[in-house]
Ligand binder design. Sequence first.
Ligand code: SIN
Length: 332
Amino acid sequence: MSDSLPRIIVLATGGTIAGASGNPGSSAQYQAATVPVGALLQAVPPLQRVARVEAEQVAQVDSKDMSFALWSALAARIAHWSAQPDVAGIVITHGTDTLEETAMFLHLTQPCPIPVVLTAAMRPSTSLSADGPLNLLDAVRVAAHADARGKGVLVVINQQIHAARDVAKTHTSAVDAFVSASGGPLGFVQDDYVRFARAPLPRVAILPLPSAWPLVEIVASYAEPGRVMVDALVAAGVRGIVVAAAGNGSVHEGLGAALADAARQGVAVVRSSRTGAGHVALPAPARAAPGGFASALDLNPYKARVLLLLLLAADPSLGTDPARLQARLGAY
Ligand code: SIN
């Protein structure tokens, strides 16, 4: 390993990339988040000619159990390493199940003076054709690459580079599970060739890390939904509700009545789509009152919730001003 190579920090959080099974033939029966990051790096010898890699085990979790505390810890470690003048980039290993939420959180909160790249794997480290080693190598290649600077938080998986804001998991088990439905990937990696074909949407600003996290939840619209969940959320003090609405943001009339009551009490209501792709139309003036029923645009319900969490933490009265809410949703 040469001193002239870029210095890259790997922050490990667990997931299937760190998963192991007693049955090497299996890619479905395994324990996520068991292999330490040092062992993951040792399994990828070509890393040594790409970068000087140092690693930190920030957590060892199955990402279904992701928490605000771990998001805050990751943000603190990114801030620490970004401030070291000789660190060229940061790679985060993560579970695939909620990677799109952590990626969105980091996209919204991290200034990224150096590249921050998340990666993951669909198959555990012990499986035949494990995808983790190549994904980790590619993530380091991208984090070390000059063209990755100024592009915000990135996700590298299955030889593709995605914008953190855009990417989502769309399959339970396939290695090509990650898709950027709005505009496609930003680029690709093939061996040492890192190629960006387009730039991500520009960020207007970054949002502050919350000192307290408001209660923001997701409800879905489907045949004959009850209003019991919305009423229970309002009684519990919810500040924001994202609706996984049908089609182009359509909400069942019964659920809509409950949400209108919530909005009248200052709850920020945002419509996203349960379809998995496309923009949700802006509220027509007739449907905008009361409370707005704002559009999450092209953000899926889980990403829209992350944005709403951070917006409401910074501006708790946003639910009382539908026009301001819609403008803020469109700015990230
Ligand atoms: C997880 O999300 O931690 C488990 C599943 C995976 O990484 O694919």
